[in-house]
Design a protein around this ligand. Structure first.
Ligand SMILES: Cc1cc2nc3c(=O)[nH]c(=O)nc-3n(C[C@H](O)[C@H](O)[C@H](O)COP(=O)(O)OP(=O)(O)OC[C@H]3O[C@@H](n4cnc5c(N)ncnc54)[C@H](O)[C@@H]3O)c2cc1C
Length: 446
C-alpha cells in the first residue's frame, strides 16, 4: 500500500513552479525546431511566406506537446494530486483542451496560407497532412462531446470511450509528426521526440503502478445505515496501513448486492483518530442521487475496493489559523465532518464554526453526530440554515456578515456544496474582507 503525505504549501509552490518551468522548457525547445532544423519544405520559401510557415509549425508543435501533457493531467498520479489536487488537474485538463484545439486550428491555417490553394486537390503523397486535418476535426468533435457529455452519455460510458480515444489520437499524432516534416527524420529533433514520448509513457506506467499500489480490495462493509432521506452511510474496514488526512476522498467501488462495478469518488467522512486513535474503519455518506448511487442500499456483507486517498481539501495541507469556518451545502458536509471530527481529537485545535445549509429538516442527517461533536468541542459554533419551504432563507452577504461578525480576518474557510452556492459564498466572503487565499473549496465533480 502506497501512501503519500500531504506536502507543505512551500513545497507545493516549488514543485508547481518546477513542473510549469519544465513544460515551458519543452515548449521552448519544440518551438526552435522549425528555425534550427528546418524541413526541406521551408527551403523553397522566402520572406513572409517562410515566417508564416515557421510560425505555423511552432503552433503545431506546441499543440502536440500540450496534447501529451493533457494525457498526463488525467492519470490520477498521486504526486500530481499532492501538488495540485485532482479537481484542479481536471480543470487544467478542460482548459488545456481548448488551448490545444486553438493552437491546432491556427497551425492548420498558417501552414496552408503560404501554399495558397494551388496544390488542391492534394495527392496521396500528402497523406500525413490529411492525417493532421483528420486529427483536428476529431479533436474538435471530441471536445464538443466532452462539453455536452452530461446530456449525451452516462459518465461511466463517456469515461470508457474518452480514455482509449485519447490514447488513439496520441498515436495518430505521433505518426503525423514523424511523417509530415523531414525535420524529424534524423538528428536532435528525432532523438528529442523519442525521449519525450518515452518520458510520457514511463509516467503513465508509473501512474498505473502507483494507482494499483494505492488500491485496497475485498474490504468488508461492516455497517450500513439509512442516515437520512436519500443518504446511505457505509462503514468499511481498512487495514492499519491505510492513512489519510481529514477531508480527503477516495475512489470507491462496491461488489455484491447487484451493484454495478463502477468506481466513484466520495469524501471520507470519518476522521483518522476519531473516536479512537488510528481507527480501523472509515465511513462514507452517499447521496442516492444518480444512476449508480441510487442502487446503493445500507447493506452489510458487501465488499468494497478503494483507491486513495486523494485531495488537498484538508486543514492538514496548511498551517493552522486561529479559526476555521466550515460552510457546507447538503451532502457537501462530508469532508467538513471529517475535519471537525479530527479537530475534536486535537489539543491545539483552533476555534471552529460550522454553517450547514440544507433544503429541509429531513435532509439534516447528522443530528446525533453533531450533538456528540458539540459535547467534545465546546468552542464549536454550529448554525443550520434551512433554504427550502416557508421561512427558508439562503446564505447571502447579509446573513453571512451577521454569522461571521466575530470571525477574525486571518481565519480559513472550507466550503463544500453545490457549485453555484460555493461560487456565491466565495464572492460574499471576499466582499466581507476575507482573502481569496484563505478560502478553500471542494467540487463534487472531477
Ligand atoms: C472529490 C469528490 C468527493 C465526493 N464526495 C461525495 C460524498 O461524500 N457523498 C456523495 O454523496 N457524493 C460525493 N461526490 C459525488 C459523487 O461522486 C457523485 O454523486 C456520484 O459519482 C454520482 O454517480 P451516479 O452515477 O449515481 O450519478 P450520475 O447522475 O450518473 O452522475 C452525476 C455526476 O457525477 C459525476 N460522476 C458520475 N460518475 C462518476 C465517476 N465514476 N467518477 C467521477 N465522477 C462521476 C459526474 O460529474 C456526473 O455528471 C463526490 C465527488 C467528488 C469529485
Amino acid at each position: 500500500m502506497v501512501t503519500m503525505r500531504l506536502l507543505s504549501p512551500t513545497r507545493r509552490t516549488i514543485f508547481s513552479f518546477a513542473s510549469i518551468l519544465l513544460v515551458v522548457a519543452v515548449l521552448g525547445c519544440a518551438a526552435t525546431i522549425p528555425f534550427v532544423w528546418p524541413s526541406t519544405s521551408l527551403w523553397y520559401k522566402t520572406g513572409s511566406d517562410k515566417l508564416v510557415l515557421q510560425i505555423g509549425k511552432v503552433f503545431g508543435l506546441c499543440a502536440a506537446v500540450l496534447f501529451f501533457v493533457q494525457i498526463l493531467l488525467v492519470q490520477r498520479l498521486v504526486i500530481f494530486d499532492r501538488i495540485w489536487g485532482l479537481d484542479r488537474l481536471s480543470f487544467f485538463h478542460r482548459i488545456n483542451s481548448f488551448l490545444i484545439l486553438a493552437l491546432a486550428i491556427t497551425h492548420s491555417g498558417l501552414v496552408i496560407l503560404p501554399e495558397g490553394l494551388d496544390n488542391l486537390p492534394i495527392g496521396r503523397e500528402f497523406w500525413p497532412e490529411m492525417v493532421g486535418a483528420a486529427l483536428v476535426i476529431t479533436l474538435a468533435f471530441f471536445i464538443a462531446v466532452a462539453l455536452y457529455r452530461r446530456r449525451l452519455l452516462a459518465y461511466d460510458v463517456w469515461r470508457k470511450v474518452h480514455r482509449p480515444v485519447g490514447y488513439l489520437l496520441a498515436v495518430v499524432l505521433i505518426i503525423h509528426i514523424f511523417n509530415v516534416s523531414d525535420s524529424f527524420e534524423t538528428g536532435v529533433p528525432r532523438g528529442g521526440l523519442w525521449v519525450f514520448i518515452g518520458a510520457i509513457v514511463l509516467t503513465i506506467i508509473l501512474a498505473k503502478y502507483l494507482t494499483a499500489r494505492m488500491t485496497l480490495k475485498q474490504l468488508p462493509v461492516s455497517a450500513g445505515r439509512q442516515a437520512g432521506e436519500g443518504v446511505v452511510g457505509l462503514r468499511i474496514e481498512v487495514p492499519s496501513s491505510f492513512s489519510y488526512a481529514p477531508g480527503q476522498f477516495a475512489f470507491l467501488s462496491l461488489h455484491g448486492g447487484g451493484i454495478a462495478p463502477e468506481t466513484h469518488p466520495f469524501s471520507i467522512s470519518s476522521a483518522p483518530d476519531f473516536p479512537t486513535k488510528r481507527s480501523s474503519s472509515i465511513e462514507f455518506f452517499i447521496k442516492q442521487c444518480g444512476d449508480w448511487t441510487s442502487t446503493i442500499t445500507p447493506e452489510t456483507g458487501l465488499q468494497a475496493s478503494l483507491t486513495g486517498p486523494f485531495g488537498l481539501f484538508s486543514y492538514k495541507a496548511r498551517p493552522l489559523p486561529p479559526m476555521i469556518v466550515c460552510i457546507g451545502g447538503g451532502i457537501g458536509i462530508t469532508p467538513l465532518l471529517s475535519m471537525i471530527r479530527q479537530l475534536s481529537t486535537e489539543q491545539d485545535a483552533p476555534k471552529l464554526m460550522l454553517v450547514w445549509s440544507v433544503t429541509r429538516k429531513s435532509d439534516m442527517f447528522l443530528s446525533e453526530e453533531l450533538t456528540e461533536l458539540q459535547s467534545r468541542l465546546p468552542f464549536l459554533h454550529t448554525h443550520i440554515i434551512y433554504t427550502g419551504g416557508e421561512g427558508g432563507r439562503r446564505l447571502h452577504e447579509e446573513s453571512l456578515s451577521a454569522l461571521l461578525k466575530d470571525v477574525p480576518d486571518n481565519s480559513h474557510f472550507y466550503i463544500c456544496g453545490p457549485e453555484p452556492m460555493m461560487s456565491d459564498i466565495r464572492g460574499h466572503l471576499q466582499q466581507l474582507r476575507y482573502l481569496r487565499k484563505s478560502i478553500f473549496w471542494e467540487r463534487f465533480s472531477l
